[in-house]
Design a binder for this molecule. Structure first.
Ligand code: FO1
Length: 309
């Protein structure tokens, strides 16, 4: 039996919500979080890691509750002046948020790795969970569209996911290696939990690091995924368009088919109960819970439901 810790694969806001529940159910020192870094972007000369920061801020309970990203009670004074010098003001970089980008960029310049910087920031913020970037090498998610090849953040924020998707690629994934320890965390965990993140450009990006996907396949019987799609639509973000692009039905069944190789268990919303038989036909044990995490109590009870399986 694996050691008594849980390894979580996480992307943006949906993952952060689940993790806010998980840290109330399991001792944080028994939670290892492997985070998508495909959204990472350099803007204003600063190294920005959106998914790492969303999860860091959410656990540290300083995240903006309504947006799910960035600092709470944020101001954008610096950004309003930066606009005189740059033209990428589409990225809403808050004044408090700026601090982590300045610090991270400084440590990168001093030669530290993304993993070392992430654990340094967690230590300083008193976060006991282990946050690990999926790779220390750069893997960047690009969306090829009618407007050209866009960085995911540009597609998502500046263009509001409107341009037609012509291709989705993870630049650098063929060379990227998992951060040291990630493979062992997947192999030896009591359960591996795939958060309700975008299957294509959050979890899919993590899976584009070949050794991670291979390891998940080898332990699939203890891999539990939570569907990010309820009643055929995403709670947030462009997962529906992206699943459609790859020819997957935009439903929990479509997500199950996408994850089929790497999961043994799938958690769907009660409202999708009718899809359970078809998902189980794929050889995936399926459970129906209330997965819409609209408050901290629901985040905690979903986490408890998954841990108790
Ligand atoms: N998401 C937005 O929709 N608009 C923004 O202006 C924005 C700024 C931003 C700044 C820092 C950060 O860590 C995240 C930010 N996000 C913003 C969220 C981010 O774009 C996405 O939620 C994730 O990349 C999706 O996984």
């Amino acid at each position: 039996m694996g050691e008594d810790y849980y390894t979580v694969l996480a992307g943006g806001v949906g993952a952060a919500k689940f993790i806010q529940g998980l840290v109330r159910v399991v001792d944080s020192s028994n939670i290892k979080i492997v985070i998508n870094t495909g959204d990472d972007i350099e803007l204003f000369g600063l190294r920005i890691c959106p998914d790492i920061d969303i999860i860091t801020y959410s656990i540290a309970e300083v995240v903006d509750k309504e947006k799910g990203w960035g600092f709470e009670n944020e101001t954008f004074n610096c950004l309003s002046i930066l606009k005189n010098y740059y033209d990428n003001e589409w990225f809403n970089l808050g004044d408090k948020d700026l601090a982590i980008h300045i610090y991270r960029t400084d440590l990168f310049r001093k030669g530290f790795t993304k993993a070392q910087i992430t654990s340094d920031i967690c230590k300083k913020l008193g976060i006991k969970a282990k946050l690990i970037p999926m790779s220390d090498e750069s893997v960047t998610t690009y969306i090829d569209t009618s407007l050209g090849k866009l960085h995911f953040e540009e597609y998502y924020i500046k263009h509001k996911c409107k341009p037609e998707i012509l291709d989705i690629s993870f630049n650098g994934s063929n060379k990227a290696k998992p951060v040291r320890g990630v493979i062992d965390y997947i192999k030896n965990a009591k359960k591996v939990i795939i958060c309700p993140s975008n299957p294509i450009v959050s979890i899919g990006t993590i899976l584009s690091v070949k050794e991670i996907k291979k390891t998940l396949i080898s332990v699939k019987d203890k891999v539990y995924a939570i569907s990010p799609i309820i009643e055929g639509s995403t709670v947030k973000g462009p997962a529906n368009k992206m699943m459609d692009f790859f020819g997957y039905e935009v439903s929990s069944l479509g997500v199950a088919k996408f994850y089929k190789e790497i999961i043994g268990h799938f958690i769907i919303d009660r409202k999708d109960q009718s899809l359970k038989p078809q998902i189980e036909e794929l050889g995936i044990k399926t459970y129906c819970f209330d997965t819409l995490m609209t408050n901290i109590q629901k985040k905690e009870s979903l986490a408890r439901d998954v841990i108790n399986l």
